[in-house]
Write a new protein. Structure first.
Length: 124
């Protein structure tokens, strides 16, 4: 009887654990493959769009470079649980110029940035 009870408990745990990991994964790749199988002309249209896009960039790429500084509106969300964890508006406002310097490669320690990020900085 004990053995049967243990087997029942183990089976129940396995069934419940299956539901814990039952989230559905992203199906974008599968849906795209299915669409391409059903409509082969979509591949041709996509290739034509890609070709036209590359041609447009080759012809107009130089004019796309922006001169000057671009201003972006920002919103800062501060998440806290206890009052002691909250930070002041002054702290937030004082950090904005630091972020701007970092994004524009004007900070003193830009040379210490990882190589993977150096090509992604602005003002290149």
């Amino acid at each position: 009887m004990k053995r049967l009870f243990k087997l029942f408990c183990l089976s129940l745990c396995l069934l419940l654990a299956n539901d814990l990991f039952g989230q559905q994964k992203c199906l974008t790749n599968e849906k795209r493959a299915s669409s391409l199988e059903s409509h082969p002309e979509l591949t041709e249209k996509r290739n034509a769009l890609e070709k036209n896009t590359l041609e447009w960039i080759a012809e107009n790429g130089a004019s796309m470079r922006l001169q000057g500084v671009i201003s972006l509106p920002i919103v800062v969300h501060v998440l806290w649980y206890e009052n002691e964890e909250n930070i002041s508006d002054d702290q937030i406002e004082s950090q904005i110029p630091v972020l701007n310097e970092n994004f524009r490669k004007l900070n003193a320690n830009f040379s210490n940035a990882p190589a993977a990020f150096q090509s992604l900085a602005a003002d290149v």
